[in-house]
Design a protein around this ligand. Structure first.
Ligand SMILES: [Zn+2]
Length: 325
């Protein structure tokens, strides 16, 4: 099969070529990949993360058509499926709490197992969900949409809330903005790229004045920060009393300082989140009927390296996708 793979970390080491097709064991499904998302996680996977097996096929979010099923499964060959890209046993204490993303025996597909940057990928059959959305949305559900959806739920975003989204033109920001609006919030989308996703789209330097004016000085209920340290202090300034900052990425750094006095006196919360639950993943297959993929550029599998490099482009306006089939 055609695939992107590497034996040693480094974007330049990502090769396009032929690999043997995966063979199924009991309880697995073979998926013919149609589309795969290109995210910062994929970039880090190729450039610096410890992976297995070698040669390794990256690709942490993807969707496709079921080609073959071995054993019992809720899907059949020909079904259009999205894939929850972290395995789980369903029996550990976290799984029993409905937090499959924290499963003690879970593996990350695309990192600890081969991922979706190939014509075919095999996954445990309990990870696939039948859905019928635009292929770019199908391929975005497992990380780009799920991470912010879970974060918004943990931050108790509801009708009438004011939510600020940092990195609004990035993969998770695009979905954070749309999902918060679907959940009834007023969303201030913050990005320095030329990318208008919400009625209230502003740059980082404008954000504080804008949110102050929009909320008559009260500031925001929730700040979604997928970017990490660089915008931490701004995020703190944007929170109203009793506000919540939710964070799930450290692209711009992972160390921050925090004035505990003003934090507790303002009754603010800082909530770290990681991916999302399988139940939330299934909810997205419905909720995202109202989403747009905001795809900026699509690359062929052969152009995988260019697709990863395009993540860093200052011209970038939206998502980057790989068309596999
Ligand atoms: Zn578990």
């Amino acid at each position: 099969m055609r695939a992107l793979f590497f034996n040693e970390n480094g974007i330049d080491n990502l090769k396009y070529g032929e690999l043997p097709e995966p063979s199924l064991t009991e309880g697995e499904v073979l998926i013919r990949v149609v589309k795969a998302g290109v995210t910062q996680l994929d970039y880090m996977t190729v450039s610096s993360m410890k992976v297995s097996p070698l040669p390794h096929v990256p690709g942490s979010e993807f969707a496709g058509i079921v080609e073959e099923v071995k054993g019992k499964a809720s899907v059949n060959p020909g079904d259009k499926v999205a894939v929850y890209t972290r395995t789980f046993d369903g029996t550990c204490s976290f799984c029993r709490e409905g937090k499959e993303m924290l499963c003690t025996s879970g593996k990350r597909i695309g990192i600890d197992e081969n991922g979706g940057y190939a014509e075919y990928v095999k996954v445990p059959s309990n990870l696939v969900v039948k859905a019928d959305l635009h292929w770019d949305l199908m391929a975005s559900l497992s990380i780009s949409a799920l991470a912010p959806y879970h974060a918004l739920k943990e931050a108790r975003v509801g009708k009438g809330a004011t939510v600020v989204v940092f990195g609004a033109s990035g993969s998770t920001g695009i979905f954070a903005t749309q999902l918060a609006e679907i959940m009834g919030a007023t969303v201030v989308a913050v990005t320095d790229h030329d990318f208008k996703i919400s009625r209230h789209t502003v740059s980082y330097s404008q954000a504080e004045d804008y949110v102050r004016a929009l909320t008559d000085g009260e500031m925001a209920d929730v700040v979604v920060n997928p970017l990490g340290a660089k915008y931490w202090d701004l995020g703190v300034r944007l929170l109203r009393k009793s506000g919540r900052m939710v964070f799930f990425g450290t692209l711009t750094g992972s160390k921050v300082t925090l004035d505990l006095s003003s934090a507790y006196l303002s009754h603010v919360s800082f909530i770290g989140t990681f991916r999302g639950s399988f139940q939330e993943f299934k909810e997205l297959a419905e909720l995202c009927r109202k989403c747009k993929p905001y795809t900026w550029r699509e690359f062929s599998l052969e152009e995988g390296k260019d697709a990863l490099l395009a993540l860093k482009s200052p011209e970038r306006k939206g998502r980057i996708m790989l068309k596999v089939t």
